[in-house]
Structure formats: structure tokens, C-alpha cells
Design a protein around this ligand. Structure first.
Ligand code: GAR
Length: 215
């Protein structure tokens, strides 16, 4: 069974979705540890309650990104993960860190990348007037919120939406697509080959989920 380490910065609802899928028997992974860059991250308590090793490495204690990333990598590597899963981990990673975990570092982002990388994606989508928004799981590259796409889910923007209502509609889909992406990896079906995503025997429709409101 594959070992995974999950990195969080806050609430940890995507982490919870992964734990729930594991507990339901639909995600055959060992969640070896959860690591936060913020001591106060709510998700740390959730992980502890689930019996998972929970650590924090406060980024404020480091003088440079390189020094923080080196400490983070040292902590991660104790658990010898096959896959490192960024689940609301709100740090820009150094190229050296990204290289170290190349092909085994996934991120989830609350937009249909390459649209709206960075912060405040839902408000920016509303401000732009887009009618379709969503979320993306991708392999991490040195460019922020950018990299080969594993799976996306699309949701409609509805008249009267505000940031909170749109975020909530998308979060439901995040909790669906992240366990799916990690499941493919756990089943040895997901690979990054020459910068391209390969998923053995995955249907196109499985990699592009259209929320029921759009059908
Ligand atoms: C999620 O919406 C995730 O997509 C986003 O942070 C939130 C974390 O929520 N990640 C990013 O914006 C990464 N650029 P969670 O802690 O409840 O999973």
C-alpha cells in the first residue's frame, strides 16, 4: 500500500475527504502523516483525532524559503512517502523542493487552471463574470498553481452567487476529485511521463467531472 503525507495550512477539509475515503475503504493508502506550516491549523486536531501523526513546522521561524523547505522536506522524508499531497497548503515552494518530489507532488486549486492561479479565486471569477468555474488537481511545478492537470470539475456560476456560495459549491467537488486523483496514484495508474499526465484505463469523463447543476 502506498504511503502518503498530506500538507495543510488551515481547515483541512480536503484532508478530511481523503481520510473519509480511506476509512470507507475506497482509498487504499496509508496516511503516514499530516504536516502544517501553521501551528494553529484546525486540520491538525482533525488528523490527531483520526489517529494520524500530526506535525507543524512554523514557517515564521525560518529566515528563508529555502531553509523552511529544507526542514519541511526532512520532516516529510521521515515518513518515506510515495506521494505528497498539498491540501490547502498555502506556501510558495522553492524549485529545489518541487524537484525533489517531482512526479509525486499533487495540489488542489479552487479554479479551472490555468485560469485564476493564486488567491481569492472565487471573487475573481465573480468579478470576471465567468459562467463556469471549478477546481483542479495537478502535479506541482515550480510555477505557482500550475502544472499537468490530473482531473478537473466544472460548476456553474449562478446569478446571485457570492464568494461564499460559489466556494461552497466548488468545495463539494474538491472533496470528490481529490480522493479520485489520489486513488489513481494508489492503484499505480497515475504517472507523470515527460511532463504529461498518464492515467491507465481512465475515462475522459472521469477526468473532467461536470457537476449535476451543469447537466
Ligand atoms: C481549498 O479550497 C483548496 O483548493 C485551496 O485552499 C482551500 C483549503 O481548504 N487551495 C489553494 O488555494 C491552493 N492554491 P481545506 O483546508 O478545507 O482543504
Amino acid at each position: 500500500m502506498k504511503n502518503i503525507v498530506i500538507l495543510i495550512s488551515g481547515r483541512g477539509s480536503n484532508m478530511e475527504a481523503l481520510i473519509a475515503a480511506r476509512d470507507a475503504g475506497t482509498l487504499p493508502v496509508n496516511i503516514a502523516a499530516v504536516i502544517s506550516n501553521r501551528p494553529e491549523a484546525l486540520g491538525l486536531e482533525t488528523a490527531q483525532r483520526a489517529g494520524i501523526a500530526a506535525h507543524f513546522i512554523d514557517h515564521k521561524g525560518f529566515e528563508s524559503r529555502e531553509a523552511f523547505d529544507a526542514a519541511l522536506a526532512e520532516c516529510i522524508d521521515q515518513f518515506a512517502p510515495d506521494l505528497v499531497v498539498l491540501a490547502g497548503f498555502m506556501r510558495i515552494l522553492t524549485p529545489g523542493f518541487v524537484r525533489r518530489y517531482e512526479g509525486r507532488l499533487l495540489n488542489i486549486h479552487p479554479s479551472l487552471l490555468p485560469s485564476f492561479p493564486g488567491l481569492h479565486t472565487h471573487q475573481r471569477a465573480l468579478d470576471e463574470g465567468v459562467r463556469i468555474h471549478g477546481c483542479t488537481v495537478h502535479f506541482v511545478t515550480a510555477e505557482l498553481d500550475h502544472g499537468p492537470v490530473v482531473i478537473q470539475a466544472a460548476v456553474p456560476v449562478i446569478d446571485g452567487d457570492d464568494e461564499a456560495s460559489l466556494a461552497a459549491r466548488i468545495l463539494v467537488q474538491e472533496h470528490r476529485i481529490y480522493p479520485q486523483a489520489v486513488r489513481w496514484f494508489a492503484e499505480d495508474r497515475l504517472q507523470l511521463v515527460d511532463g504529461k499526465v498518464r492515467i491507465a484505463a481512465a475515462l475522459d469523463a472521469e477526468r473532467a467531472f461536470i457537476s449535476p447543476e451543469l447537466r
